[in-house]
Design a protein around this ligand. Structure first.
Ligand SMILES: Nc1ncnc2c1ncn2[C@@H]1O[C@H](COP(=O)(O)OP(=O)(O)OP(=O)(O)O)[C@@H](O)[C@H]1O
Ligand SMILES: [Mg+2]
Length: 395
């Protein structure tokens, strides 16, 4: 039996496709993908050496990735980095030039989209505009010949999940963009697929709703346990939602790891700049000894040799020393305040370091926060050895 969403004329549309878990998943699972099977109905994904070129331009350049059964992984990267292209290859709408895609033990590299059993929400979603919301949601279930009472129950539950209670009878073309996106999300999950692919499904929503939906999608994933590949260019969304984050740039993975590892120990300056706020200070690194001017830096983990080493300064890791405090045990940075920006929960502080560049730091708004010197005032910042690390300055 083949189930599909609305007919689509262009692959960059939302569609839902389901395949019963019978014939096509009998092969052995990839050993590397066997950890933490969150849902019995989920499947691991194994991507090996994928390349996709448009003319001479490589949208995907030798990409490999193992996604464990039930894992939630996010592809994070700037515009044009290849995120949608990779999702399209996983969905079967784009054929790679080389490399393989496996779901469970099965090689699906050349399988058509409707044979892959995945749910999808894409950047440019397509719903039936002339149908009601409930009609759109029921569509994949009707094709599956699910009982009417079961359809009604599932549609109601899906509407609850995406906070569209009471809008079932509304026509899709009478919804806002954000509401439509939520219908698209509901339709992708209504038959509980084993693999879910999502391409910026929340980007059209306002900030508050987006943050609520991030948690909702996360809970949904925990409940249903389907293997999920999620695409965003919003670093906070990636950190909030994912078991692991794969940072992609120019068609290549630059770092793959848990959100905390990616944030706390970015592998390069590019990643440190892309994820979180950072300032950088050039460091002299010789025989494992890192110095800024005549100050020898202290580390918990000594740095290894690298090209043009830079000290990474995250605003929230820098402590403003009170006047007279000696900051024993900390790496110290002295400078003068050039700008103070009140931002509600914190104050953003720009500091021109003595003999060095301008950096940014932050002071959280709190009754305990010491008063700040004004613009032009001297300031000393302390950085704990545990938070002190270097990145190579290149790409
Ligand atoms: N059909 C195509 N023909 C030619 N070039 C393409 C085609 N599809 C994608 N590209 C190019 O491949 C690159 C990667 O595109 P892709 O859509 O995967 O980026 P993305 O990471 O999803 O970006 P965004 O965050 O803007 O959605 C881009 O430079 C894009 O212009
Ligand atoms: Mg895209």
């Amino acid at each position: 039996m083949r189930i599909s969403g609305p007919p689509v004329s262009h692959p960059r549309t939302e569609t839902t496709i389901s395949q019963p878990a019978s014939s096509q998943h009998s092969g052995p699972r990839a050993a590397s993908a066997e950890r933490s099977a969150a849902g019995s109905a989920s499947l691991p994904i194994s991507v090996a050496n994928l390349t996709k070129a448009y003319g001479t331009f490589r949208a995907l350049d030798d990409v490999s990735l193992e996604v464990a059964s039930g894992e939630f992984i996010t592809l994070l990267g700037p515009s044009g980095s290849g995120k949608t292209t990779l999702l399209m290859v996983l969905a079967g709408f784009t054929r790679p030039d080389s490399g393989t895609v496996r779901f469970g033990g099965d090689d699906v590299t050349l399988a058509p989209p409707h044979k892959r059993g995945v749910g999808m929400v894409f950047q440019n979603y397509a719903l039936f505009p002339h149908m009601t919301v409930a009609g759109n949601l029921a569509y994949p279930l009707k094709l599956r010949r699910v009982d009417r009472s079961e359809i009604e129950a599932r549609v109601r539950k899906a509407l609850d999940t995406v906070q569209l209670q009471g809008l079932g009878e509304r026509q899709v073309d009478q919804l806002s963009g954000g509401q439509r996106q939520r219908v698209a999300l509901a339709r992708a999950i209504i038959f509980e697929p084993r693999i879910l692919l999502m391409d910026e499904p929340l980007s059209a929503l306002d900030k508050k709703l987006r943050e609520e939906m991030q948690i909702e999608v996360r809970h949904l994933h925990q409940r249903l346990g389907m293997t999920t590949v999620y695409v965003t260019h919003d670093q906070r969304e990636a950190l909030t939602m994912s078991d692991r984050v794969a940072v992609i740039d120019k068609g290549r993975f630059r770092q793959i790891g848990k959100p905390r590892d990616i944030y706390e120990r970015p592998a390069t300056r590019f990643i440190a700049e892309f994820i979180g706020e950072s300032s950088f200070l050039p460091v002299t690194l010789r025989d494992g000894r890192a110095t800024i001017g005549d100050q020898v830096l202290r580390f918990d983990v000594q740095p290894v040799a690298m090209a043009s080493p830079q000290l990474v300064l995250r605003p929230e890791k820098l402590r403003i020393l009170a006047p007279g405090e000696d900051g024993a045990g900390l790496n110290l940075l002295r400078g003068r305040i050039t700008e103070l920006v009140y931002q509600g929960e914190s104050t953003l502080i720009y500091v021109d370091l003595d003999g060095g560049p301008r950096i940014a730091t932050r002071q959280a708004a709190s009754a305990a926060a010491p008063p700040l010197p004004g613009i032009g005032g001297a300031i000393t910042l302390g950085l704990a050895p545990a938070d002190t690390f270097l990145v190579p300055g290149g790409a």
